[in-house]
Design a protein around this ligand. Structure first.
Ligand code: G16
Length: 549
């Protein structure tokens, strides 16, 4: 084994987005590309000698190669031990769990989340802090600055580590420990939820279907739902992780999880459906012929948290990203706890959780989680729902229903009717032009009336972190109406091709006689207003979204 110092030059496109650096696999396959970024991480976080690193990914194409490279770099960059998931796999929440449980000096997670995989798909990398959460902006900025100045990286020349075999291996003076990817995470779940009552629910004939979308959660779902909770084997689908996700788009929404959606809206629909994404941190919750918006899901989990052992002592507070609906705010108000509104990106929740200010967090982008780890957590959300439904069965002495639970929630709190329209693959200049046009129209829009809606104010969302005072500006364009309805426009920070414009629409409906309406029908007028205000058709040639959630 010999130490190599390799001369390199900066790449000009290594600025991390909403959640790490995500690019086409072919970009990562360029000589020195991955190495430059990894060295920049190590130079930024500067591990104390002998530190332990957690390492794993969602198993997508290039995962194994990247793991071997990172191990060889870690061995000569101060680390004394690396905990790596078997086969190089760790779901994002499992990685967060491992970092926290074994108190490692953070971790590197390899994933492009819900983006497609394979040789022509996407790859990604991010560093998580010793608290288990994604690096905050000051760290990602410092990593980026290092990528612009890098001239050399170090690695050891050595044989590859046998990633498929659990055990401990030497790599120069560093130990590589290949660990079971599922066990620690599954144990954490048993400590939070009432597995006995979920087991009884499933034994009573309550049928579930979980779609792992050929992504990382397959083995986790098999262990938890089938082995531990006794669900029938056909309760999980697409549960074998594949490097290209079977050619699919592992994004758990009504468009991309269509296989599950067909089952849930089909003839012999199960009582409960759920899906998770590429790296296991997102979730979609469905009932028999019924879709639960992620914003409602957060509010319902919060309202019923007392029924769940891990949360029975109550919640310190709730946090949601700005574009997420205010349904959770209503629950927080009723519970007498604070609700924080942060920019999009799970990294913004870390400080609030570390400071003990919030227990549950959620985002409209199919992310829900709690302070049990510092990432959003797909399977955790599914178990939370099942735990609540199991308690509902006990209380009502009848088969529980997702739809019934959601409608009862709306009856109590009113309904924040919500939808997101995504316009994917727009030319970047046209998409920025739309945002600039709306910003330039703020003055004209304020006070303007559109049908029954009057614009109260327009602004660019900014956030001051209440814990460390850091400021994040320009986090989305908001058109706020006098009746608390709103339209938000934002450019995605996770795409790899062109730009994705997201339009978030929300209207509050207290009138129960309208709660049954389809969101697209209830929001039809706002959708028209959004198109008018943004001049979307004129500026991009498009007025039909790629994805509606
Ligand atoms: C990431 C972030 C989330 C964010 C989402 C969407 O999720 O971790 O906090 O809400 O991207 O971001 P954007 O709207 O900028 O595309 P994931 O699941 O992709 O890691």
């Amino acid at each position: 084994m010999s130490l190599q110092r390799i001369d390199t030059q900066p790449f000009d496109d290594q600025k991390p987005g909403t959640s790490g650096l995500r690019k086409r696999v072919t970009v990562f396959q360029q000589a020195h590309y991955l190495e430059n970024f990894v060295q920049s991480i190590f130079d930024t976080v500067n591990p104390p000698a002998g530190a332990t690193l957690t390492l794993g990914g969602d198993g997508r194409y290039f995962n194994r190669e990247a793991i071997q490279i990172i191990l060889k770099m870690a061995a000569v960059n101060g680390f004394g031990r690396v905990l790596v998931g078997q086969a190089g796999i760790l779901s994002t929440p499992a990685a967060s769990c491992i970092i926290r449980k074994y108190e490692t000096f953070g971790g590197i997670i390899l994933s492009a989340s819900h983006n497609p995989g394979g040789p022509d798909g996407d790859f990604g990398i991010k560093y998580n802090m010793p608290n288990g959460g994604p690096a905050p902006e000051k760290i990602t900025e410092a990593i980026y600055t290092n990528t612009t100045k890098i001239t050399q990286y170090s690695l050891i020349e050595a044989d590859d580590i046998p990633l498929d075999v659990i055990g401990e291996y030497d790599l120069a003076s560093m130990k590589v420990q290949v660990i079971d990817a599922v066990a620690d995470y599954a144990e954490l779940m048993t400590s939070l939820f009432d597995f006995n009552s979920i087991r009884s629910l499933l034994a009573s004939g309550f049928r579930i279907k979980f779609d792992a979308m050929h992504a990382v959660t397959g083995p986790y779902a098999r262990e938890i739902f089938i082995n531990q909770l006794g669900a029938p084997a056909d309760s999980i689908m697409n549960a074998v992780p594949l490097e290209d996700f079977g050619g699919g788009h592992p994004d758990p929404n009504l468009t991309y999880a269509h296989e599950l959606v067909e089952v849930i809206y089909g003839k012999h629909a199960p009582d409960f459906g759920a899906a998770s994404d590429g790296d296991g941190d997102r979730n979609m919750i469905l009932g028999n012929h019924f879709f639960v918006t992620p914003s409602d899901s957060l509010a319902i989990l919060a309202a019923n948290a007392k029924l769940v052992p891990g949360y029975s002592k109550g919640l310190a507070g709730i946090a949601r990203s700005m574009p997420t609906s205010a349904a959770a705010d209503r629950v927080a108000k009723a519970l007498g706890i604070p609700c924080y509104e942060t920019p999009t990106g799970w990294k913004f929740f870390g400080n609030l959780m570390d400071a003990g200010k919030v227990t549950l967090c959620g985002e409209e982008s199919f992310g829900t989680g709690s302070n049990h780890v510092r990432e959003k957590d797909g399977l955790w959300a599914v178990l939370f729902w099942l735990n609540i439904l199991a308690q509902q069965e006990v209380a009502d002495n009848e088969k529980p229903s997702v739809e019934k639970l959601v409608k009862a929630h709306w009856l109590k709190y009113g309904r924040n009717v919500y939808s997101r329209h995504d316009y994917e693959g727009l030319p970047s200049t046209a998409a920025s032009g739309v945002i600039k046009h709306i910003q330039d129209s703020y003055k004209k829009l304020t006070g303007a009336q559109f049908g029954r809606y009057i614009v109260k104010t327009c602004d660019d969302f900014g956030y001051t972190d209440p814990v460390d005072g850091s400021i994040s500006l320009n986090q989305g364009v908001r058109i706020l109406f006098t009746d608390d309805s709103r339209i938000v426009f934002r450019l995605s920070g996770t795409g790899t091709e062109g730009a994705t414009l997201r339009i978030y629409l929300e209207a509050y409906e207290p009138d129960a006689s309208k709660h049954h309406l389809d969101a697209q029908v209830a929001l039809a007028e706002m959708i028209k207003i959004a198109l008018e205000i943004s001049e979307l058709k004129k500026r991009t040639g498009r007025d039909t979204p790629t994805v509606i959630t």
